[in-house]
Design a protein around this ligand. Structure first.
Ligand code: AMP
Length: 214
């Protein structure tokens, strides 16, 4: 199964991709996570990405296309994958078509997770993470107080720099200007499947599974 999970930042792509990755036994390829790892490891890509990501800007297409080409060509992805966070521009979507044809990948599904923009802003600015195990928390719903530790592993809870309110606004502006046209690209070239992203996590997973035909 080859899946592209598409949608604005904060619609729950990462959470759902992790679940689908377990269900279908295929790797979850999150370009955002890979870039954050590169930043931590201070690799040349990480050094370029840091300044851009902290301010909500996109990493240049050519760097992202090389990264995704390498990942999809690796043995890890030979039985399928879930792409989360790529493509984010029409140029990336076109390059992905070329990568797919070079790798003889002819079947894939593009799923758009749909959430109202107002709700996205609330979700992102309320999103916190455990620095140790990566568990995602909602500051208001999970009733956090400053200084609380992760319920699962005791790690430190922090907010991504790019989830701070001013950066969230910029990321959404970029999404609607640069990434939303990718939706049209897939609508024109093949069936884009829409899934309502509002509701409990399990509910949304069920919608995704039935859309994917399981
Ligand atoms: P995410 O975790 O998917 O929200 O990604 C976090 C940030 O990583 C984005 O705001 C971009 O700065 C960068 N990024 C992730 N994927 C891409 C991509 N496909 N193209 C350009 N920048 C990306």
């Amino acid at each position: 199964m080859n899946i592209i999970l598409f949608g604005a930042p904060g619609v729950g792509k990462g959470t759902q991709a992790k679940i689908l990755s377990h269900v279908y036994h295929i790797p979850h390829i999150s370009t955002g996570d890979i870039l954050r790892e590169a930043i931590k490891a201070e690799t040349p890509l990480g050094i370029i990405a840091k300044g851009l990501m902290d301010h909500g800007n996109l990493v240049p297409d050519d760097l992202m296309i090389i990264l995704v080409n390498d990942l999809l060509s690796s043995d890890r992805c030979k039985n399928g994958f879930i792409l989360d966070g790529f493509p984010r521009t029409v140029a990336q979507a076109k390059a992905l078509d070329t990568i797919f044809s070079q790798l003889n990948i002819h079947k894939f599904k593009v799923i758009n997770i749909d959430v109202d923009p107002k709700m996205i802003i609330e979700r992102l600015t309320d999103r916190f993470l455990c620095a140790q195990c990566g568990k995602i928390y909602n500051f208001t719903l999970d009733k956090f107080k400053a200084g609380d530790k992760c319920f699962k592993c005791g790690g430190m809870i922090f907010q991504r720099d790019d989830d701070k309110p001013e950066t969230v606004k910029k990321r959404l502006d970029i999404y609607y200007r640069t990434t939303e046209p990718v939706k049209k690209y897939y609508q024109q070239t093949r069936a884009l499947l829409d899934v309502n992203g509002v509701g409990e996590i399990d509910e949304i997973t069920q919608r995704l599974l039935s859309t994917l035909g399981r």
